[in-house]
Design a protein. Sequence first.
Length: 401
Amino acid sequence: MRILSTVLNYVLPLVFRAIPLNYRKFGAKGVCVGYSLKNKNHECNAEVIAKNDVSRAHISPEIYQSTPQFMKVDPYDPVNGNISMRQDLLAWKLRNGRVYTNNLKEFYVMTGSNLIVEDASYKHFVGGSARRNSATNMRYRYFPVPKKYRGRTVSLILGGGASTNIGHWLMDALPRLHLIDEVYGLGTIDNFLLQGKDHGYRSQSLELLGINREKIQFLDERIIHIVADELVVTSHPRGILSNIFPKWGIEYLRTVYRGCDCRCSNELPAKIYISRKDSKLRGIDNEDSVVKFLSLKGFSEVVLSELSFCEKIALFRGAEKIVSMSGAALTFSIFCNAKAKVLEIFPAKFVHYVNAAICSQVGLNYKYIIAGNAQEESAWSAQRASISVDIRELEESLAGW
């Protein structure tokens, strides 16, 4: 498996860069940035939904200072304890527009005349998300003939995060539909293209928005190259470089999924402990002891992947107290009622402010525990390894709740 992984991740991309297959016809010939595309020619139109939209969240100095440098991408005001993000929100309609990717870390949106739409493309680096001009450096030279889609087509081909992780799906994919709906209306879209497998929650979340399942297509291929009569793409909901989920995105999801309570027939607990038994990353070594202690406090253990998309939302909306290892599950704090209480458990070297910022904007009572050995771990290993939780510290954190 390791040899196969090396070939797929390193050898093939190098080969693809060297092979000039269809390069003259489909290779990138230039770059367009933001407003430069607005109504300039018949092949492209950019609509501005908002300019200089600002989101702010309050987080503790300890969380910001403990965040690994590669995730510390938003400015911090130590006087007020706030982080902030400013962005422009656009939607583009590209005549004969294309999307190309051959890995999960980057994707390129191009016009019919082979210009990269930089603000709608993405390239991930170890040091953070895509920065200005990073998405223009497309050196790949392998271009299979693109698959043609008729009509108006929305691209949700967004790389590994939104393809495999429910937290990224909530923050980086679904809010794009709000921007598209504002300009064109979701009812006018003929195709919704998604990268990777369904995983259940993705099709469920789209169908709840009134999107016909027949319009949803999952492209589970390593090399994706598509062209559409009209390709519709948007700005990145969290901006070109931010870990803050914006206020407008939170309000949109809370609004469009408010009916999930009615669709959920199961009786759901008010005090919940989110277990990561369904994940190979960031488990809790002494979870039996944690569950036993929390059960005495009235908490119920929940494995989130066992619930439908609506049940997940209803669970968090009705929750009064939530305890969880840091992870994608806590993104559902978006749907909590104000004043609900959230306790996030961090590995010592993988502290971040993503969920803290959500809780701040929703108005939740947020606490955290930092566990594990900060001297022995790296951020990379802490993101993956299991830790033990001190039951005494857990009890102290819950005191007064």
